[in-house]
Design a protein around this ligand. Structure first.
Ligand code: NAD
Length: 428
């Protein structure tokens, strides 16, 4: 049987766990998901027919708290991918030290082929199928690829109709008007941006001389590109599912975004108010973007895009993983040999779950935080996590991925071993 993305995630966990002295007991515990629910999400289509879409929710591990993780609507969603994503959520929550375990969910569907009403029916039907599995103290979903605040609002509403109580803490990433948190919209991109600012300080980078390529121009990719461009970084390449654009002098990120929102196309434009003009640029494929000669590469779309087939062609000095799992474990070694510094997903994209945690706290206490407070707290969490990993990088000579895994595994080990180790039970 061929190896799956979950096998790959477990292989990497085992390798790093062994290298950093984590006990087998802990690696074993994290190599198995607590629970996995597969359903068929029933949707009445606009033409009157009913269709059934495979839906999944995996709760990987809840030793540190209720499980937490996004819901993805994408044709490639499957059991193995959802389990891998849930495992990474367990590690991610431990890295930033928030009291959650890891989960993930999704539906195998092409959401672009659905009408808005079909999308609403799909979202509500998913929650009806999962209502006994999720809950504010059990498992708390959030947005992921091709799901957004509106969809989270529908899902919360459906859950509240089923339980007949107001329960906004059941889901995060909601619209502000429905109990969402200020600052959640750009939290994932901002978390990655804060990691890059920490690298800037550590490695004395000059923003104006630093080029950036971003694969995926959605929630994570857009905000990191916007924040970096605001600081003077040269964002030279951007892509979406259709392909990418490249401009050596740098792209005007806000104009490109405005064009994409208004016309649903990725185009190198400069906008003055509502008037947008095309500027000189090249087009490139998603695979070409990955191997472009830039300083910072930010994969912010799907997993497994950098493998041992293309890792040796990567020219970037830094890779900051906003996507979950964009680099396969066999490509880690190739990139390490090339001296590429990888800020791994479980740190780089942890801003999203961190502000989701703040949203959950606000919903449970009934007290709203200002945007300034959210951003300050996020900065504190991200900067502590980065510093802790960087200390291991500098003192123990680990690479960033190994260092970040070591931080997560230490926290998880403390909790798992508090229930007793084999030595304790053998009276040793
Ligand atoms: P999104 O739906 O907002 O955007 C996804 C983007 O990826 C879109 O621009 C889409 O066009 C592009 N895309 C889709 N298929 C592609 C392909 N084959 N090649 C290149 N681009 C493609 O999703 P998002 O929320 O920004 O999530 C992106 C990644 O970040 C995912 O891996 C997700 O798990 C991860 N992530 C998201 C969050 C969050 O809070 N949204 C948090 C942590 C991690």
């Amino acid at each position: 049987m061929s190896s799956t993305v979950f096998d790959d995630a477990v292989n990497r966990l085992s390798r790093i766990g062994e290298q950093t002295g984590c006990s087998k007991l802990v690696i074993d515990a994290l190599s198995h998901a607590n629970a996995m629910l597969k359903v068929h999400v029933e949707v009445r289509m606009d033409d009157g027919h009913t269709r059934y879409f495979p839906g999944y929710r995996c709760q990987h591990n809840n030793i540190l708290g209720p499980t937490k993780g996004g819901i993805r609507f994408h044709p490639d969603v499957g059991a193995q991918e959802v389990q891998a994503l849930a495992l990474w959520m367990t590690l991610k929550c431990a890295v930033v030290d928030i009291p959650f375990g890891g989960a993930k969910g999704g539906v195998s569907v092409d959401p672009k082929a659905l009408s808005p009403m079909e999308l609403e029916r799909l979202s509500r039907s998913y929650v009806r199928a999962m209502a006994d599995f999720i809950g504010p103290e059990r498992d708390i979903p959030a947005p992921d690829v091709y799901t957004n605040a509106r969809i989270m609002g529908w899902m919360m509403d459906e859950y509240e109709k089923i339980t007949r109580v107001k329960n906004p803490a059941v889901i995060t990433g909601k619209p502000i008007a429905l109990g969402g948190s200020l600052g959640r919209d750009d939290a994932t991109g901002r978390g990655a941006y804060l990691c890059i600012k920490a690298l800037e300080q550590r490695d004395c980078l000059t923003p104006e001389e630093t080029t950036v390529a971003v694969q995926g121009f959605g929630n994570g990719g857009y905000h990191v590109a916007r924040l970096l461009a605001n600081d003077g970084y040269k964002v030279v390449a951007i892509s979406d599912s259709q392909g990418g654009i490249y401009r050596q002098q740098g792209l005007d990120v806000k104009s490109v975004y405005q064009q994409k929102q208004d016309h649903k196309e990725l185009k190198a434009v400069y906008c003055d108010g509502s008037v947008c003009e095309t500027v000189d640029h090249d087009t490139l494929s998603n695979s070409e973007l990955l191997t472009k000669d830039v300083d910072i590469l930010i994969p912010a779309a799907l997993d497994s895009v950098i493998t041992c087939d293309n890792a040796s062609d990567i020219q970037a000095r830094y890779i900051v993983e906003i996507a979950n799992g964009p680099i396969t474990s066999d490509a880690d070694a190739v990139l390490k040999d090339k001296g590429v510094i990888v800020i791994p997903d479980i740190l780089a994209n942890a801003g999203g779950v961190t502000v989701s945690y703040f949203e959950w706290v606000q919903n449970r206490t009934g007290y709203r935080w200002s945007k300034t407070k959210v951003r300050e707290e996020l900065k504190e969490v991200m900067s502590n996590a980065f510093k802790r990993a960087n200390t291991l990088v500098q003192e123990k000579g680990l690479d960033f991925r190994d260092a970040v895994y070591a931080v997560a595994l230490e926290r998880l080990s403390n909790a798992i071993e508090a229930h007793g180790t084999p030595d304790y039970f053998n009276g040793a």
